[in-house]
Write a protein that binds this ligand. Structure first.
Ligand code: ADP
Ligand code: 5GP
Length: 246
């Protein structure tokens, strides 16, 4: 059986890591590619588990040696996927999941157009800010400059949503996890003829509803909230604390 390559991208703080870790608890046979990065470990992160942490010099050496399937500079740090991850998953016939940014996803899609790509959006800018802030607090402190940087990048990243086959709006966690699981099972069914053990027609329906081509109505309020569907063409993002009613 040929493994499927899944790409998942999202603005930082949308809940992508949470979704991926929940998916891995529910579905077997999906390997997760541990990326290389030059950023410092955060919170309880461990070298080799969330990332392979390295220096800029070492990253550049690996890049120049052609060791990366894709790489990008995100928030001032390098991030890259080692070719070895893909080779290993292929050898084992496993599916492989890449958690990478929109620049990296574009590189992978170009090299491997058969990849299944999934974009995760937060429901509103306000929810995104709250999640980023809560995560920073849980990890030992809020860095306002870093927080602002990640928030300002979010709408630019969301603008790329049309390049992805599936779109998830991560509002209620359990529902989004079920949607992600349905996408994986549906792709296995369509590509490899793998049977779906439980309520297969429902699973296929859930996955189909997440296809980008079927998502316009569902996405409209999210895109408007991020200033992407504003008829005036103006970006009207507002992440200010004062504007909140919570
Ligand atoms: P990312 O990997 O996209 O940067 P994380 O998975 O670290 O984001 O999630 C950011 C924060 O939001 C975490 O504190 C996480 O527990 C929380 N979170 C994720 N998904 C949800 C959700 N659906 N509802 C509420 N909180 C969530
Ligand atoms: P974080 O620092 O929050 O873990 O990740 C920041 C961003 O880098 C996220 O959008 C994440 O998807 C992206 N990222 C993580 N690993 C890779 C990678 O190997 N390649 C690319 N291009 N982006 C990555």
């Amino acid at each position: 059986m040929a493994g499927i390559l899944f790409i998942i991208s999202a603005p930082s703080g949308s809940g992508k890591s949470t979704l991926v870790s929940e998916l891995r608890k529910q579905v077997s046979g999906v390997d997760f590619s541990v990326s290389w990065t030059t950023r410092a470990p955060r919170g309880s992160e461990e070298n080799g588990r969330e990332y392979h942490f390295t220096t800029r010099e070492e990253f550049e050496r690996m890049r120049d040696a052609g060791m990366f399937l894709e790489y990008a500079e995100v928030f001032g740090n390098y991030y890259g996927t080692a070719r070895q991850s893909l080779d290993e998953a292929r050898r084992m016939g496993h599916d492989l999941l890449l958690d990478i940014d929109v620049q990296g996803a574009a590189q992978v899609r170009k090299a491997l157009p058969e990849a299944v790509s999934i974009f995760v959006m937060p429901p509103t800018p306000k929810v995104l800010r709250t999640r980023l802030r809560n995560r920073s607090r849980a990890e030992g402190g809020v860095n306002e400059a870093e927080l602002y940087r990640r928030l300002s990048e979010a709408s630019k990243e969301i603008e790329n949503y049309r390049d992805y086959g599936y779109i998830l709006v991560n509002d209620i966690l359990d529902r989004t996890v079920a949607q992600l699981e349905a996408i994986v099972l549906a792709e296995r069914f369509y590509r490899n003829g793998e049977p779906i053990a439980f309520r297969s027609s429902r699973v296929l329906e859930v996955a189909a509803a997440c296809r980008q081509s079927n998502s316009q109505e569902r996405l409209k309020p999210v895109l408007e909230a991020f200033g992407i569907l504003n008829p005036s063409g103006q970006q009207q993002l507002n992440f200010d604390e004062e504007s909140d009613d919570d």
